[in-house]
Each structure stands twice: as C-alpha cells, then as structure tokens.
Design a protein around this ligand. Structure first.
Ligand code: ATP
Ligand code: MG
Length: 587
C-alpha cells in the first residue's frame, strides 16, 4: 500500500529543533522521522521506522548469509549474571539499574556477552556442536555521559550483536574474517563511505580488533589514515614511524648546565637559547630538542600496589594516556600524583632525566620518536639543572619503546613512511576477537574427541543499527534535506500531485497504482497543499526519485527529478511508468 501523505502520520517542521547541532539530527526531526522523548531517548515515526527496518533487513540478510543464527535476549537482566562477570561493578555509571517488587536488582543490558555465553553453555557440550555463530538485533541501554546528536549516541539504541564460538584460535580467525567480510557487504550495500581501522595496535600482538568508521566531520572518533598506503587506525591504536637509529659519533660528551627556575619546557628553551649565545655553539633550541619524562603509574590486574612508569617523549609533544592504556591493557595506567613521586626521592620534579632510572629500578620507556642515537636536552636529576647531549644508547637505555605521543597530522606511517592524515568519523561497527575471557568466567567448555574439555574462544561483533540511520543521513544529506540511498529510503518514488484540478491527482493515483502493482514502493503526496510546500517536503524527506504530476499534464508530460543530483527531465504521461521503472532499475 502506498504511503499517502494525506493520511500519513507525519508532520514536517520548518525550523530546526533547538537542541540539535548536528545536521542529520536536525533533518531527521524536521522530516518527521524521529521525535525526542528525553536526552538520548527517541520515538520512531512511520518514515523513520521504515528506514530503520530497511537497515535491519540488510544487516539480518548478511548475518544469515554467513550462517549466523538469530536469537533474541531480554533487555532486562538479573544482577547475578552481571555480578558473575564482574560487570555489575565495573560498568559503573553507564549501567541502568533497577529492582523488582521483591527488591531484587536488575539492569538493562548494555551488551549481552554474559547471556550469549550462558545460553551456549546451557545447550551445548560436545566439540561436534562447534563452530557456532549467533546474533540478535536488539535494544541496548547505556547511560551515556553525553548522549549526542539525536540517535547517533542514544541511551536506548538498537544494536546487532553477534558472537562466534570456536574450539581453536584458527577457528576464531575464520569466524572473524567471515564477520568482517559480512560487515563490508553490509556497509557497501547501505551506501556508506566507510573505512576499516585498527582498534588495537599490531605492535602489541593482541587479538584482532577493527572498527568500521564512516568519515564525517560530525563524528566523535578520531582516526588516522595514511596518504599513501591503506593503513588506517583509530588514534588510540595508531603506530607511527620514529626516526632511524642515528650515529652519535660526533655528539660531544654530555654536559650539565645550570638552568635555575626552568621547571617547564618553555622556560627551559628560553634559558637554553640564552646560554647558547656563549656556549653550546650558538645553536637555536626548540621544545623538540628536549626530552620530557612524564611520570605515570601502572597497576597490573590483581596487584595491590601501583608502580611508577616514566615515559620519555620529545618536549614538544604530549603523552596520550588513552593511546598508552590501549597498549598496556589489562594493566591500568594513570598520571602519578606527588605522593607517588615522593616514594623515590631521587626524582626531582621538573628536572627528571633518564640517566639514573635504570639504577633506581624505575621502569622507563620511550616513544619511538626518541630513536637510538638521538641526542637530547633533559633533566640532570638535580634542582635547577639540565644536561645537554644526552644520547639514547650512550647515556641512557630505556627498557623499551611504546607509542605514547599524541598523534599529529603529518606524523609518519609505520608501514610506508608517508604522512598520516587525521580525520573524524562515526563508529558504525566493531569486530574483535574476544577470546576466552567470558568462556573462562562462565565455564563454557566442550568435550573434545579425546574426552578432555576445551575452553571455547569467542569473537564479538557489533553494528549500531539506529546509529547507522543517523550516520547514513549525515553522510548523504544536502542543504535541502535528507537524501537516502534507495536501499534504505522509506519509498522508491515520491509521487507529487500538484495543481488545482482533479486531473493531476487522478493521474498521480494511476501512476502510483501501476508502480505499486510491479512492486515499487511509493510515497504519494495527495495533500491539498501548495506546490511550494510539496516540493520543499519532497526534498526534505529524501526519497531518491521524485515524480511531479501537475502543470505539465496540459502538454502531456510529467517531470522526473533525481533527489541527489537535482537533475530533472520531462517524460510523456504514457511512458511515465516505464521511464520510472527504468530509473529504478538503473540504480
Ligand atoms: P562508542 O565508542 O561510540 O561508545 P562502543 O565502542 O561503546 O561505541 P560497542 O560496544 O562496540 O560500541 O557497540 C557496537 C556498536 O554499537 C558500535 O560500533 C556503535 O555503532 C553502536 N553504539 C555503541 N554505543 C551506541 C550509542 N550510545 N548509541 C547508538 N549506537 C551505539
Ligand atoms: Mg560506548
């Protein structure tokens, strides 16, 4: 049945909603696709639910296509299940918690690892039952700190989540690849411009983890893309190339300088340039010539004490704690407090140098930018003193390297050495090798052929279904309104009847009926409204092909408009249906 605008539950708005700053959010509200109930909580209206279903359909088809089987879990979950995995405590404020009439605690699940694992454990027990992949398309609840951009970051949202269950690491790698391929098909079919980026750095050798991002300025994720090769990573996982090891044959012996009152890089650089007029060969110093030693602390899982970790980076760069923690996981890392520093009195704030750290047994790592053989100005481990010509490999040797600096546009690709560009994107999906964590917690094993139990290894795969609607709107919209790819559009064709007489409407009805009879989805504007209002709405709503039935009828023609390109052409009334079908067939 055609969607008739005279009766459709739809009211478009001329003005942007006051709480919206992202274009897709404004348009989805103005075009009557969604309505806000509370921050991050939205209702879906007929056109919106149509688009959401279309996205869901593509996702479901591709999941079934790789042999994943559909299940459905409750959103309401008893506390004990999350207690067992530790997430009742770990999830913190992000979890919606509630209780029943008997004062038992419940939560609204933010994801369903526990339930998937328990379900499989309850049903299966033999190696013959594996491999297995299960998925659901289901509503998640997260009390996001900053719900944003309407449905882009909701507190209630629909996710497709799947899990693979395998006996071996090779099995997991195969399941992971199948999901990754399916995600490529999903995002291509939906019409996304997307990138696959590393979510953990390869250097640490962890399990595979990749994100699918839709590049757009409205995105909250920052990622890095090589200008030459196909390397892309989120800024937490990116690896950059440092300089090659340098020869330090010509570097003089290191010298300690008096640099009173220079606890910051800026004050140090000023003092160096002052000194340089009389010594140090008159050279110009900058922050990049200094080695900054940032004091952090780490705690291994289960450990009761924090340990100091000092990280050396060039003085013109900041340490990116998120990037560091991604690499150190599951070890926790945070900034050291003055109290932590006080435990090692030899460490003098503002004047720390790496020269003595090995002797003090303080763990010291450097960013790869601090290459072997490079010479630095750094603290001399005495109040008011710095040392120059301090060479890595001669005057100090770190325990190792770790990518620590905040990434900059123009940093060099670790793969090919070309400059990297920083861009913003929306995370559409995430595939990763979860491994045996949940299987171990819940004792998910299968009896192997030899009668011994094998712990199952799992993969975890998510697609933000509601987010995909907003992200697609964001990537395709223009100044006039939404502009859907046909596969998700609420209709294939938007037939607009204009003009006063009955003839236009009768003709529009005929074309609609004929199109529908051949399976074309039609949105018919049969309202008694001015052509201006109808044209504006057709542009706002974003159906890809617009058919204007009105003034041209006097000359026996109707007009076809392509919503995306704006291209218009007239065709004879008698050919209308065939011409429209040709347009649909060709896109
Ligand atoms: P983000 O970093 O954006 O918070 P996440 O890493 O927490 O996402 P996952 O737990 O991996 O996300 O969830 C899988 C997918 O669900 C994400 O790739 C994203 O598309 C979607 N998603 C996550 N949080 C939200 C949200 N608050 N609103 C809408 N979609 C979301
Ligand atoms: Mg999140």
């Amino acid at each position: 049945m055609a969607l008739r605008m005279s009766t459709l539950f739809l009211r478009t708005l001329r003005d942007d909603p006051a709480d919206a700053d992202v274009a897709s959010h404004k348009l989805l509200v103005r075009a009557g696709y969604v309505r806000r109930v509370a921050p991050g909580i939205y209702s879906w209206l007929p056109l919106g639910i149509e688009v959401l279903r279309n996205v869901e359909r593509v996702v479901r088809e591709e999941m079934l296509g790789i042999g994943a089987q559909e299940v459905h879990f409750p959103a309401l979950v008893p506390r004990e299940i999350f207690e067992a995995s530790g997430r009742w405590a770990d999830y913190g404020d992000g979890l919606f918690r509630l209780h029943d009439r008997r004062a038992n605690d419940y939560l609204l699940a933010p994801t369903h690892e526990e339930l998937f694992t328990l379900l499989v454990k309850g049903e299966l027990s033999s190696y013959k039952d594996f491999p297995l992949s299960l998925f659901q398309i289901q509503t998640k609840y997260r009390d996001e700190a900053r719900p944003r951009a309407g449905i882009l970051r909701g507190r209630e949202f629909v996710m497709k989540d799947s899990y693979s269950f395998d006996l071996t690491d090779e099995g997991l790698a195969t399941a992971y690849q199948a999901h990754r391929d399916a995600y490529e098909r999903i995002f291509s079919r939906l019409g996304f411009d997307y990138r696959i980026v590393f979510a953990v750095s390869g250097a640490m050798g962890g399990s595979a983890s990749e994100e699918f991002l839709a590049p757009t300025a409205a995105g909250e994720d920052t990622f890095v893309q090589c200008t030459n090769c196909d390397y892309a990573a989120n800024t937490e996982a990116v690896e950059i190339a440092g300089p090659k090891p340098a020869s330090y044959d010509d570097v003089p012996e290191s010298v300690v300088l008096d640099t009173p009152d220079t606890p910051t890089i800026a004050t140090l650089v000023d003092r160096l340039n002052e000194l340089s007029r009389t010594q140090l060969g008159g050279r110009e110093f900058g922050a990049a010539d200094t080695l900054k030693n940032v004091v952090l602390k780490t705690k291994a899982p289960g450990a009761d004490k924090w340990e100091l970790l000092i990280v050396g980076v060039p003085g013109d760069r900041d340490v990116d704690l998120k990037r560091l923690s991604g690499q150190l996981e599951p070890i926790e890392v945070s900034q050291a407090e003055p109290d932590d520093l006080a435990l090692v009195p030899e460490l003098i704030k503002g004047y720390i140098g790496p020269q003595q750290l090995a002797a003090l047994k303080v763990r010291y790592l450097v960013d790869p930018l601090v290459a072997v053989g490079t010479s630095w100005v750094t603290g001399a481990n005495a109040e008011g003193k710095h040392a120059v010509f301090v060479v890595r490999g001669r005057d100090f040797t770190p325990e190792g390297e770790i990518g620590a600096v905040e990434i900059r546009d123009g940093d060099l690709c670790a793969r090919c050495g070309s400059p990297l560009r920083i861009a913003r994107g929306i995370e559409l999906g995430h595939v990763f090798q979860l491994g045996r964590k949940y299987a171990e917690v819940f004792g998910l094993t299968a009896l192997g052929p030899d009668g011994k139990p094998v712990t199952i290894t799992m993969g975890s795969y998510g697609v933000g279904v509601t987010r995909a609607v907003a992200a697609l709107a964001e990537q395709t919209l223009d100044e006039k309104g939404l502009c859907w790819p046909r596969i998700v559009a609420p209709a294939d064709v938007h037939v607009v009847a204009t003009g006063k007489g009955e003839e236009a409407l009768a003709e529009a009805e005929r074309i609609t009926a004929e199109l529908e009879a051949t399976g074309v989805r039609v949105l018919l504007d049969d309202r008694k409204a001015s052509p201006g209002v109808k044209f504006a709405d057709s542009e706002l709503l974003g159906v890809p092909t617009i058919v204007i039935v009105g003034r041209g009828l006097a000359d026996g023609v109707i007009e076809l408009r392509d919503r995306r390109t704006g291209e218009r052409r007239e065709v004879g009334v008698g050919d209308a249906v065939a011409e429209i079908k040709a347009v649909l067939g060709g896109s």
